[in-house]
Design a protein around this ligand. Structure first.
Ligand code: ADP
Ligand code: MG
Length: 238
């Protein structure tokens, strides 16, 4: 069963369609990366799936269930933004623990889960560190651990590595892919960075002006861009 299914999803802001009749499926355990320039509708797409924006038309299904009217915290999705919005006054553990605490999970379970997650993202033993003392890359890992904590059925990443310098980004994206594969996480990521998209994804979806203009595996999109827009966006200039 598809983890996520969008059918003819449209979001309008005044005269502008931020999303224009978008159809998209993400299979269980699949890593899909939406690639498109700034303003193409990527964040709006994630917001609609997360329940932060209601679509003007169309349907959003998660694990086969229509999400109309379902509030964000009941959708079973994790969301991680570029500016990861960690709680600066809490320590690492307090940040990772946050989603589990609001769900009322028992303390011993939470502590074990936090230790497991910090191990997973390569930050063992940092539970008591104030987040402000961590580097940008380390903070991004904490944000990832926080998003993974409630075991979301779908993990969504919005320009997850956008703030980091290129060499760190290239290293982290490989690590992320390995981690998601190992955990079997279903991922919908969005980025304007083609290197990130091609390194992370099983399948790349290209957006332009609120529409999906191409979808395929990374090699296919790279070798056979479906339009002049896609080709130019990928950096082919002739
Ligand atoms: P991306 O993430 O690809 O940069 P967005 O989804 O943020 O694109 O935005 C898509 C389009 O919708 C843009 O033209 C943006 O200006 C517009 N938009 C997004 N959110 C709002 C909003 N809350 N109000 C008005 N326009 C918006
Ligand atoms: Mg965006």
């Amino acid at each position: 069963m598809a983890s996520l299914r969008l059918r003819a999803v449209t979001v309008r802001y005044g005269g502008l369609a931020a999303l224009d009749a978008v159809d998209l499926d993400v299979a269980e355990h699949e890593i899909v990366c939406v690639l498109g320039p700034s303003g193409s509708g990527k964040s709006t797409l994630l917001r609609v799936v997360a329940g932060l924006t209601e679509p003007d038309a169309g349907r959003v299904l998660l694990a086969g269930r229509d999400q109309r009217g379902v509030p964000p915290h009941r959708r079973g999705v994790g969301l991680m933004f570029q500016d990861h919005q960690l709680f600066p006054t809490r320590d690492v553990g307090g940040n990772v623990d946050f989603g589990l605490r609001v769900r009322g999970e028992p303390r011993e379970d939470r502590e074990a889960r936090v230790a497991e997650l910090l191990e997973l993202v390569g930050l063992p033993g940092t539970r008591r560190r104030p987040v402000a003392t961590l580097s940008g890359g380390e903070q991004q890992r904490v944000a990832l651990a926080r998003a993974l904590a409630p075991r979301p059925g779908l993990l969504m990443l919005d320009e997850p590595l956008g703030q980091l310098d290129r060499s760190l980004r290239e290293r982290l994206v490989v690590e992320l892919r390995r981690l998601f594969r190992r955990l079997g996480t279903t991922v919908l990521a969005v980025t304007h960075d083609q290197g990130e998209a091609f390194a992370l994804a099983d399948r790349v979806v290209v957006m332009e002006g609120g529409r999906i203009v191409q979808t395929g595996d990374p090699a296919e999109v790279w070798q056979r861009p479906a339009s002049e827009f896609v080709a130019r966006f990928l950096g082919f200039t002739n």
